[in-house]
Structures are given as structure tokens and as C-alpha cells.
Design a protein around this ligand. Sequence first.
Ligand code: NAD
Ligand code: IPM
Ligand code: MN
Length: 372
Amino acid sequence: MKNYRIALLAGDGIGPEITEQAVKILRFVERRNAVSFELMPVAFGAAAWFDTGQSFPDASRAVCDDADAILKGPVGLGVEASKKIPVDEQPERGAILPMRRRYDTFANFRPARLPAELAHFSPLRPEVVGDGIDFVIIRELVGGIYFGEKELGVNAKGLRYARETLDYDEFQIERIARVGFETAQARKKKLHSIHKSNVMKSSVLWREVIGEVARDFPEVEVEEVLVDAAATYLCLNPGQFDVLVMENLFGDILSDQAGGIIGSLGLMPSACIGPDKAYYEPSHGSAPDIAGKNIANPYSMIGSAAMMLEMSFGMKEEADNLWRAMQSVFADGYSTPDLSRPHAGITMVSTDEFGDRVIAALKNAEPTVKQT
Ligand code: NAD
Ligand code: IPM
Ligand code: MN
């Protein structure tokens, strides 16, 4: 029997609530397939800082180093609560970025999917949603302004100033470009390259490298769009997009916009893939405004677990079963409150109940890893 070791980082805010649902589902998947998951809980985030003085403690690093994959809930505190933690130790700078750097998880997949029959989840009109929304943002995750040199100080005029540096070299661009082209090749052979080459030098280099990599993928049609215009087109005609590739900060912003377009950040899972290690996390944050109320949407976390099953463990069919099970819960008229629009006739369910309903729906699907 296959055994997978998974470092489990429940995180802050809604993290533990939605992680619990993903764990329930992994336990179910395990029971009915010839696999076992060794779930190793790991302290990470603000809670870890209060306990140990480190938001990515050394002991947690060791467990993550050893794991076959990492499943991570969101971390972070609200703006006021964050002030209790020194700026560089706050979980965004002190835990998430070090995790990304440590495992060189340069390729971040952020799928946004909304079938036509769930168009009522979207704030866009049904005719704009059309046949449904189904695109994936491929975000470079370990470069750009996030990882450049930073400085805060007082300048010669006595004014406080801040400096952030944005660096990309051709290797960094080429490897994410290849992920974009390979993904497009396997889907609809259409790639949108998003940049800001009318202003930024890094985008001039981006375009050059995209053009060079394109020669290796003659079947993929490339369309270039400036990032500001892309934000508009995503609202006006999301159906035109299939695979979008972009640098780190643009991907951060447009992927949250994607969550808005399909109705909730709670519908945004993600996979962060490096050369030797991958970790999986929702695209959104710890949602302090709804934490502890058992109302968060666990789709993003269960979806991140589904991406782990497919991308780290080769269990694509069971991952597909999971996506279908979640969609069927929605199609049956149930959702967490984030997706409940007035007059849409939706029955609101809790975080827990959503997880239970996904398991009930999964029971109708065949297991995929046969006992040998
Ligand atoms: P957020 O993503 O936590 O929340 C934005 C809005 O989306 C809120 O109204 C929230 O209630 C809603 N939302 C998010 N996830 C939801 C879900 N699963 N179900 C229902 N509604 C959901 O953004 P924020 O409030 O700006 O950030 C809160 C904290 O999270 C900050 O500390 C931030 O730095 C951190 N953060 C962490 C990650 C991460 O761990 N990868 C990602 C983004 C933000
Ligand atoms: C995300 C988050 C992170 C980012 C923060 C919390 C470091 O917003 O994963 O999208 O900006 O990448
Ligand atoms: Mn973000």
C-alpha cells in the first residue's frame, strides 16, 4: 500500500476550520483507496509565533523538509492584531515567503472555475458568465518585488522613504513561461501573457523570453495583454481566458480578482510547485472577519487537497471525483453564506456540513486506487 507523508499546517483565522474539512475528506479517500496518508500537524503562522517566537519554527521546517507534500491553511491576523508581532516575523514575511523561498515553489497554479449552472454565484450577469468560467492563473511565486531588496529610511532631505527592488532574470522568466506553455498545450492551446511592458523593464524582458519559449510550442497561440487592461477583460469577458501567465505581484492581484468574478475567494484553491517539493494552500487569507463561526467556505482548502492528490500523488481520478462532489453539493442548492446571493434559492450550510455533504456525494463515486 502506498503511504504519503503530508505536513499539515492548519494556520490562523479560518485555517483550522477549513483544514478540518480537508482532513475529513482525506481520511475518507484513504479508507476507500489503497493509500494511507500520514498527516503530520505542524505549527506555522501567527499562532506558532505566539507559542514559539517563530512563525515558521525550526521544528516545523524539519517536518516539511521530510514530507512528500505540504497542505497549508491560510495564515495571518487582522491589521490591528498583527501589530503584536514584529513586522519581519509576521506570518506573511516570516513564514509564507520563507516557505516559498525554501522550496523554490516558483509555479503557482490558481484555477478559477464556475460552471454555467452556477452563474448565480458570480456578481457578473449570467450572459457574461455565458458557458461558464474556467481559467487558470499561473503566477511566478518566488521572484519580483516580493523577494527584492527592501529598505525603509530617512533620505538626505529628512523625509522618510521606502525602496523596493524588482528583479527578474531570464532563467526565472523562462521556467514559469514553460509552465504556462505546457499547461496551455495540455488545455486549449491558448496562452495569455500578462505584463506591463509599456512601463516596466522587467516586462520588456518578460516579452522577449515569452517570444523565445513560444518557438518550442508552435501549436500554442499567444495573446499579450497589458495587466491593467487584463483586469477589465476579466470582468467583461472572462470566458475568453484559459491559461494566463504572469509575474508575482500581478498574479497576486488578478487571482483575488478571479475569486471575485466567480463569486468568492472561498472558491480559490492553489498549488505551489517547486523542483523537488510542492505545497498546497487556498489563494485567500485567514478571513479574520468570519473566523470561528463555522461559516467559511472550505472549497478552497478541499480543492487544494484535490490538487495535491493529482499533482503530488498522481491520483487524478480521485481528485476529479472530489471536484465533482463539491460541484454537486452546489448544484443541489447548498452553499456556505459567502455564495448565497439574495433570491438565488440557496440553502445555507455551515463549514462542517459542507464537508459532510462532499463526503456523502463522494460515496457515489468509485474509488480509484485498487487494492493490489
Ligand atoms: P482574506 O482573503 O482573508 O479575506 C478577504 C475576504 O474574503 C473577507 O471578506 C473574507 O471573509 C472572505 N473570504 C476569504 N476566504 C474565505 C472563505 N474560505 N470562505 C468565505 N469567505 C472567505 O484577506 P484579508 O482579510 O485581506 O487578509 C487576512 C489575513 O490573511 C492577512 O493577515 C493577510 O496577510 C493574510 N493572507 C494570507 C494568505 C495565505 O496564507 N496564503 C493569503 C492572503 C492573505
Ligand atoms: C497570497 C497572499 C500572499 C501573497 C501574502 C499573504 C504573502 O496574498 O498567497 O496571495 O501576497 O502572495
Ligand atoms: Mn493574495
